[in-house]
Design a protein around this ligand. Structure first.
Ligand code: GDP
Ligand code: IMO
Ligand code: MG
Length: 428
């Protein structure tokens, strides 16, 4: 069982950090393969809480080598400050490996992200403002700056000049902003070179060798399936591929090497930022989910939009990712509802549809069709086996499993590492 992918099955914030950390003790490498510091992964170990943005959650497990793959966009200032923050808390980060091919988020990417959103006005995406979209745009436009460029001053200077020639025109003429000094950007970037040099390597080679040697490699997704630039609710998405295929391109491993794909699935649904969300609740149930579930963004502090579980989305995630397992999180948050609505299909212009409409307008108009499952009132946070769960909670899990198309192999009943019911090992 050498290589597993762990990813978000909804719109992000499903509990990927906790799930990765749980596995961290049994795996040799944990790899981020896409996204950047738009992610906010929370890990709770004992009474310590960590919020990781760019570093793989496996960094908290001493035996595990954390890897930032080529598909990630890296803000060097954020990376160094995150490393410093962990070091101050006694976490050893010396094993980190950073791909020389990963693209760098520079101050002008962050600036462009913010001004673009302002320019879009009410059509804005609600990005995290971390420069993610503009950095991936430069990568695809072939004017990006990569980690390896930090170590060749002349190349770095040429690339920054080339990138800014065009951008400064846009910033000044279109957005009415001050142009960015190439010299200042180069100086800032060169200042990171020595601090990062020790981590940089050919991560593709390391990871493929590790898989050849029978080591266990876990690919940790950021964001979620419905935020995928190809398979999500475009244009209200992020600019990378958080779906399973992204692990292959974003880490340089072939699909034949991946043996298991685990979808992290919240027992209800949340979303941050703009875009369609059929089961969104704008009433007191939504407020209750937000309060009990602590649904506030780890990265931007924004309130998360909350809604009931959507089985159409879960089934879609199973399809586009080839999911082999689900890790169902936050079941404990649903304690106390007499009956729990679950969306089993949509009504689109009078038709009942059970698959996610690929057409954007249809999805915008989709109305949830609910089935009602009986709730439970017993505290489940101390449950350690499936049998410990009240009958109706068991029924809720089994019903979701049946509707979603892959087995539930673990259930989260609290934020802590130990607050998990394991039904089937992920590492067989
Ligand atoms: P990620 O981005 O997918 O890693 O998820 P976030 O960390 O942004 O949000 C998930 C939140 O739920 C965090 O505050 C976790 O500590 C918390 N969490 C994870 N699993 C569970 C669970 O099973 N029950 C409860 N109550 N909280 C959980
Ligand atoms: P984790 O890894 C939830 C959302 C933003 C916005 C859209 C585009 O913690 O699950 P971007 O800054 O990526 O260009 O913003 O994507 N978004 C997330 N929502 N969890 C995340 O990460 C997210 N990362 C980006 O809110 O709607
Ligand atoms: Mg998050």
């Amino acid at each position: 069982m050498p290589a597993l992918v762990l990813l978000g099955a909804q719109w992000g914030d499903e509990g990927k950090g906790k799930a990765t950390d749980l596995l961290g003790g049994s795996v040799d490498y944990v790899v981020r393969f896409q996204g950047g510091n738009n992610a906010g992964h929370t890990v709770v170990v004992g009474d310590q809480k960590y919020a990781l943005h760019l570093l793989p959650s496996g960094i908290l497990s001493p035996g595990c080598t954390p890897v930032i793959g080529n598909g990630v966009v890296v803000d060097p200032a954020v990376l160094l400050s995150e490393l410093r923050g962990l070091n101050e808390r006694g976490v050893d980060t010396s094993k980190l490996l950073l791909s020389g091919n990963a693209h760098l988020i520079t101050p002008y990417h962050t600036e462009i992200d913010k001004v673009t959103e302002r320019f879009l006005g009410k059509r804005r995406i609600g990005t995290t403002g971390r420069g993610i979209g503009p950095t991936y745009a430069d990568k695809i436009n072939r004017v990006g700056i990569r980690v390896q460029d930090l170590f060749d001053e002349s190349i770095l200077r040429q690339k920054v000049d080339a990138a800014l020639d065009f951008k400064n025109q846009v910033l000044a003429k279109l957005y009415n902003r001050r142009s960015v000094s190439a010299e200042q950007v180069v100086e800032e970037l060169l200042g990171y070179a020595d601090q990062l040099a020790g981590y940089v390597c050919d991560t593709t080679l390391v990871l493929n060798d590790a898989i050849d040697d029978g080591k266990v490699v876990l690919f940790e997704g950021g964001q979620g399936t419905l935020l995928d630039v190809d398979h999500g609710t475009y244009p209200f998405v992020t600019s990378s591929n958080p779906t399973a295929g992204g692990a292959c391109t974003g880490a340089g491993v072939g699909p034949t090497r991946i043996s298991r794909v685990i979808g992290i699935l919240k027992a209800y649904t949340t979303r941050v930022g703009a875009g369609p969300f059929p089961t969104e609740l704008l009433d007191e149930d939504g407020e209750k989910l937000r309060t009990i579930g602590g649904e506030k963004g780890v990265t931007t502090g924004r309130d998360r939009r909350c809604g009931w579980f959507d089985a159409v989305i879960a089934r879609y995630a199973t399809r586009v990712n080839g999911l082999t397992d689900f890790f169902l999180t936050k079941l404990d948050v649903l304690t106390g509802w007499e009956r729990i609505p679950v969306c089993v299909a949509y009504e689109v212009e009078g038709r009942r549809v059970t698959e996610l409409p690929y057409n954007q307008s249809d999805f915008h108009h989709a109305k949830p069709v609910y089935e009602y499952l009986p709730g439970w009132s017993e505290d489940i946070t101390k449950a350690t086996s499936f049998a410990d769960l009240p009958k109706n909670a068991q029924g809720y899990v089994r019903a979701l499993e049946e509707m979603s198309g892959a087995p539930v192999s673990a259930i989260g009943v609290g934020p802590g590492r130990d607050e998990t019911i394991q039904l089937r090992s992920f590492l067989d």
